[in-house]
Design a binder for this molecule. Structure first.
Ligand code: ADP
Ligand code: MG
Length: 279
């Protein structure tokens, strides 16, 4: 893992609107946000607060109306459609909230699809897809159609497809929303491993328990960032929670009783989130 972390995502005053006049919705309302290489960010917030829109913008699927988005220090507004498609194929993996599997294609062809954009030979693509499917315990479903799968299996196929091209930026919209706790754990361990390898992960979740895997928790409300907290582990015995809501006034809080491992700070973080959620 690289020692120096660099911002991979920089959003400045980003606004994304849907509809017009009296039906206008600001799905993103003046969002300013920086995410470093190697962060594991959990994004929370009520339905309709703009989480999916944020992932779509970051994943280059949607353009902003106002403000700027720099990916790896390059303004995406200056890129051609072909350049954006190439970046998506080479370094972004997206797990869609509604899976977006192609119904007339088998599971293995769905998973191999992102590799076609790289000009990889058909046999090699299938081998790679098969290997990823195996890691998600889906080998025996390779030649099924999506309609023949359960919701949980479809979700695992969608995750396998997002990871097949070894993306360095993974955007997952409720990746465990349809899974039981055992399957959720398998997926979260997979994401945790990708995080340990230095990849950047943004995960939308409604499950507060899953934020313990994240290094940062962002809460959204009505299209903006309502709170932004990072767990900074410099010394394993004294993890710190850093509040980043106003980046220019970053506060560092030290827990009063520092326990041996991470959970102390996580509990604190969770109880704060629980309080926030009750409002
Ligand atoms: P979340 O993922 O947090 O539930 P979304 O990003 O899907 O929220 O939506 C944010 C807001 O934008 C909502 O009010 C939603 O109705 C609206 N919205 C999202 N996508 C569209 C669209 N394609 N057309 C019109 N309105 C949309
Ligand atoms: Mg959504």
């Amino acid at each position: 893992m690289s020692a120096k972390k660099l911002p991979v995502i920089k959003l400045k005053d980003v606004t994304k609107k849907y509809g017009r006049d009296d039906t206008e919705v600001r799905a993103l309302d003046n969002v300013t946000l920086e995410i470093d290489q190697g962060e594991f960010v959990a994004i929370m917030g009520p339905s309709g607060c703009g989480k999916t829109t944020l992932l779509n913008v970051i994943g280059l699927l949607d353009a902003v109306d106002e403000g700027s988005y720099l990916l790896d220090d390059k303004d995406v507004a200056d890129m051609s459609g072909a350049a954006r498609a190439r970046i998506r194929a080479e370094k972004i993996g997206i797990v869609f909230q509604n899976f977006n599997l192609i119904g007339r294609m088998t599971v293995i062809d769905n998973v191999a699809l992102p590799l076609t954009y790289r000009g990889m030979h058909h046999t090699k693509r299938l081998l790679k897809a098969s290997r990823v499917l195996k890691s998600f315990h889906l080998s025996e479903r390779e030649y099924y159609l999506p309609s023949q799968l359960s919701g949980g299996q479809m979700q695992r196929v969608a995750i396998a497809r997002a990871l097949v091209n070894s993306p360095s930026l993974i955007l997952a919209d409720e990746p465990t929303g349809n899974l039981d706790s055992r399957s959720s754990h398998v997926i979260m361990e997979e994401l945790a491993e990708l995080h340990r390898e230095g990849n950047t992960i943004l995960m939308v979740t409604h499950n507060p328990n899953l934020t313990s895997y994240a290094s940062r928790v962002i809460r959204m409300l009505d299209g903006h960032v309502a709170s932004d907290r990072k767990i900074r582990v410099i010394d394993n015995d004294k993890p710190e929670i850093v509040t980043l809501r106003h980046p220019e006034k970053t506060k560092v809080k030290k827990p009063k009783t520092a326990k041996k491992s991470k959970p102390a700070s996580e509990k604190k973080l969770k109880s704060k989130q629980a309080k926030g959620a009750k409002k």
